[in-house]
Design a protein around this ligand. Structure first.
Ligand code: SF4
Length: 79
């Protein structure tokens, strides 16, 4: 018998970085390196695709999103 996933395990966090708005300030990956990375030019990676992290990284993802001066990062909690 498989145990039901906990609420924390059921939810994930979907993140999208708008490549048209990211201007490479670097605040997201400086403040939230567990979620965001940088390319060689200082722009956020990944960008232009929706990527998923575990729910226990939601606060870190939202910190990165709040820190972006361009409002380029969207964070959505998904089931
Ligand atoms: S903080 Fe915003 S503009 Fe700067 S690298 Fe991250 S997503 Fe791009």
């Amino acid at each position: 018998m498989t145990a039901e996933p906990t609420t924390q395990e059921r939810f994930t966090v979907e993140i999208m970085v708008d490549p048209a708005r990211c201007t490479g300030h670097g605040r997201c990956y400086s403040l939230a390196p567990a979620v965001f990375d940088a390319d060689d030019d200082g722009f956020c990676l990944p960008r232009g695709v929706t990527f998923v992290v575990a729910a226990d990284r939601e606060e870190t993802a939202r910190l990165g999103a709040r820190s972006c001066p361009e409002g380029a990062i969207t964070v959505v909690t998904a089931e």
